[in-house]
Design a protein around this ligand. Structure first.
Ligand code: 5GP
Ligand code: MN
Length: 320
């Protein structure tokens, strides 16, 4: 691990003009880690371009990025591509993963990352890639300034569920304390991160929660959102985020599942577990990925088929 972070620090010191990318439909870790690295490169006087295949979700529009986030990639214009928070290269989207012309630095914390870069720093002991970028700043001898600290904080709270998931280590709390000393105001920033709901989103959550179901004597909770429900409430796809936690909150649930109909015959699933149940293994069987307690992916097929397939794999894992 040490060796690869040193290699990355050397590449950054010795080159200029980087492309910084993260996964499509970016979450707080993807956005926070991209921003933090951009702010570091800025302090170092390096040129960089931020790239994401998707538009930045509305709920992050308040957050100041260190530069515009482009949605187009021009092959060959950069020295290196730095890919953040992507469990595999396809997660960065087709525009980049099918056309990448520069060497790749892969910084990630997902189990099963195939190490697709020329340099790979993959360490599942990190709560978030934001936490890894803080470590990188230290290796580069860059003092963490307020914009970096806020970016790293966004990544930390997003991936630890505000310091509640199993990845909330003492190291995470140490870093968080340090970020607060660097000027982060938890009250202000947490309310900006959390209070971004629209009325449409509330209506969607209400509708979905009413239809939540339990299986296997209450060990599995499942919640689904169809195109029709999105249409009726006026909510957008991203508004489904967090629904899986509603079923996880049910007493006795070991595996929480949410299903979202992105398109006809394309179902996005999210899996969450508490404790020892490893939902990364379940997602891997369904060609998805993630972490022990949080994973996800896509199933081709309608809602009923997707539910059957997922319940089949989940049942097998829980009975094993
Ligand atoms: P979520 O359910 O919030 O979308 O994702 C939970 C975790 O699963 C995240 O760490 C995310 O990176 C991973 N994940 C979600 N969707 C996919 C996917 O399509 N492929 C892979 N490999 N991982 C995914
Ligand atoms: Mn992450």
């Amino acid at each position: 691990m040490m060796e690869n972070i040193n290699k990355i620090a050397e590449v950054i010191k010795n080159h200029d003009d980087f492309l910084i990318a993260s996964h499509e439909n970016p979450d707080g870790d993807a956005i926070g880690s991209m921003a933090a690295l951009g702010y570091i490169l800025k302090v170092m006087g390096k040129r960089f371009t931020l790239f994401n295949d998707s538009e930045i979700p509305d709920k992050f529009k308040w957050f100041t990025m260190p530069g515009p986030v482009l949605r187009e990639y021009q092959p060959g214009r950069h020295s290196w591509i730095i890919v953040l928070d992507c469990g595999n290269f396809q997660r960065s989207g087709k525009k980049l993963s099918q056309n990448a012309a520069e060497p790749i630095i892969n910084i990630d914390h997902h189990r099963g990352n195939p190490e697709f870069g020329e340099i790979n720093w993959v360490d599942i002991s990190f709560s978030s890639v934001g936490e890894m970028i803080a470590e990188l700043a230290d290796h580069l001898n860059i003092k963490i300034n307020l914009p970096m600290a806020e970016s790293i904080y966004l990544a930390l709270v997003s991936d630890t569920g505000f310091f509640s998931f199993g990845n909330t280590s003492a190291r995470v709390h140490d870093l968080s304390a340090r970020l607060i000393r660097d000027g982060v105001n938890p009250d202000l920033i947490n309310s900006k991160i959390l209070n971004q709901w629209t009325i449409e989103r509330i209506h969607l959550h209400g509708m979905a929660m009413q239809k939540a179901l339990l299986h296997l004597d209450g060990l599995v909770g499942i919640i689904s959102v169809s195109r029709k429900m999105l249409h009726e409430t006026g909510a957008v796809l991203d508004d489904c985020e967090g629904l899986v936690n509603a079923v996880r909150n049910i007493k006795g649930v070991q595996v929480a599942i949410s299903l979202r109909e992105d398109e006809q015959n394309k179902i996005k699933y999210s899996l969450r577990s508490t404790g020892d149940t490893n939902v990364q293994l379940i997602a891997a069987e369904l060609d998805g990925g993630g972490h022990k307690n949080a994973s996800g992916g896509i199933i081709q097929g309608d809602m009923i088929k997707a539910r059957e397939r997922i319940m089949d794999v989940v049942t097998r894992h829980l009975k094993a």
